[in-house]
Design a protein around this ligand. Structure first.
Ligand SMILES: C[S@@+](CC[C@H](N)C(=O)[O-])C[C@H]1O[C@@H](n2cnc3c(N)ncnc32)[C@H](O)[C@@H]1O
Length: 273
C-alpha cells in the first residue's frame, strides 16, 4: 500500500512574498492616481546631525560597532541618505552605499563627503549587478526588507558579502501599516497587517542562520526630519489622492505624524565572506 506523505506547506520565504503581494493597491485606485504612490521622499531619509546622534545609541549601531572593533569597511545596502552607516563613521575605514535611487545616493554621497572616510556609491538593485561588489567587514541593511519579495536570495547575498557581521533592522510590522486607518477613511479599504518581523525571523532560520535579536523603541523624532507640508504631500501621494484633497489629509492625519511603527528589531548574524 502506498502511503502519501502530507504536502509540505509554503516556505517562510514564500509566505513573506505572498504577504507583501497583498499590499498591491487595487487597480481602480491606482489608475486614477495623479502621481506614483510608492516613491519615498529622499528628505525623509536624509541624515542630519540630530538623526545621526539619535541612531548612535541604537542596538543596530551598538552591534555593528562591536563587529567593527578598531575599524573596518562597511557596506550599506538600501542606504538611503546613510542613516544606518553615518553613526559608525569613527569606526569606518571605508564605506560603500548601494541604492536603487539616484536621489538617495546623492544624499549619501553628500553626507559622507563631509567626513574624512573614503566612500563609494553604487546605483543598482540588491541583489543584482551590485552583487559583484567585494566583501566588506560589516554589511548593514536598515529598513529595506519589507520592500523585498524575493527575500531568500537578498539575504543570502548580504551574508556572502560580510566578513564579520550582517546587521538588518526592521520594524515589527510593515512600515506602511500605520497608514491603514487613512485607507479606511478615504477609500473604505481594509489594508493588510502582515508580514511581521516574526515571519522574517522564520525566513532567516530557513537559511540555516541562528541570528541575534535585539528589540527597542524607535528613537523619537516627532516630525522634525521633514516639514508638515512635505509630509502631507507624501501621505496624500501614498493614498493616491489628488492635490486638491490635501486639506482633507491634513485633517484626517491630525497630530499623528509621522506615521511610523514604534517597535524596531535588530537582527544580526555572522558573515560568510
Ligand atoms: C526606507 S529607506 C531606508 C534607508 C536607510 N537604510 C535608512 O535606514 O534610513 C529604503 C531604501 O532602500 C532602497 N531600496 C529598496 N529596495 C532596494 C533594493 N532591492 N536594492 C537597492 N536599494 C533598495 C530605497 O531606494 C530606499 O533608499
Amino acid at each position: 500500500m502506498r502511503v502519501s506523505s502530507p504536502r509540505p506547506g509554503p516556505t517562510a520565504a514564500q509566505r513573506w512574498a505572498d504577504a507583501l503581494s497583498e499590499w498591491a493597491i487595487p487597480e481602480a485606485i491606482l489608475a486614477q492616481a495623479e502621481e506614483p504612490p510608492w516613491v519615498l521622499p529622499p528628505a525623509l531619509f536624509a541624515a542630519d546631525e540630530r538623526e545621526i546622534a539619535a541612531r548612535a545609541e541604537t542596538a543596530a549601531t551598538r552591534v555593528a560597532r562591536l563587529a567593527l572593533g578598531e575599524g573596518g569597511s562597511i557596506l550599506d545596502v538600501g542606504c538611503g541618505g546613510g542613516r544606518a552607516s553615518l553613526p559608525l563613521q569613527q569606526f569606518a575605514r571605508s564605506v560603500t552605499g548601494v541604492d536603487e535611487s539616484q536621489e538617495m545616493l546623492a544624499n549619501f554621497q553628500a553626507a559622507w563627503g563631509r567626513t574624512p572616510v573614503p566612500h563609494r556609491e553604487v546605483l543598482g538593485q540588491w541583489p543584482g549587478q551590485a552583487e559583484e561588489l567585494p566583501p566588506s567587514d560589516v554589511v548593514l541593511c536598515h529598513h529595506v526588507v519589507y520592500n523585498v519579495a524575493q527575500i531568500g536570495p537578498f539575504l543570502a547575498a548580504l551574508t556572502e558579502h560580510a566578513r564579520r557581521l550582517v546587521v538588518v533592522t526592521l520594524p515589527d510590522r510593515h512600515p506602511t501599516s500605520p497608514f491603514n486607518f487613512l485607507w479606511e477613511h478615504f477609500w473604505g479599504l481594509t489594508r493588510p497587517q502582515g508580514p511581521r518581523a516574526e515571519l522574517f525571523l522564520e525566513v532567516v532560520g530557513e537559511l540555516g542562520i541562528r541570528p541575534q535579536l535585539e528589540s527597542e523603541l524607535r528613537p523619537h523624532h516627532r516630525g522634525e526630519e521633514v516639514s508638515r507640508p512635505a509630509y502631507l504631500a507624501f501621505a496624500r501621494r501614498r493614498l493616491c489622492l489628488p492635490q486638491s484633497r490635501e486639506a482633507e489629509v491634513d485633517l484626517a492625519l491630525g497630530d499623528s505624524w509621522p506615521l511610523e511603527v514604534p517597535l524596531l528589531h535588530t537582527v544580526s548574524w555572522p558573515g560568510r565572506a
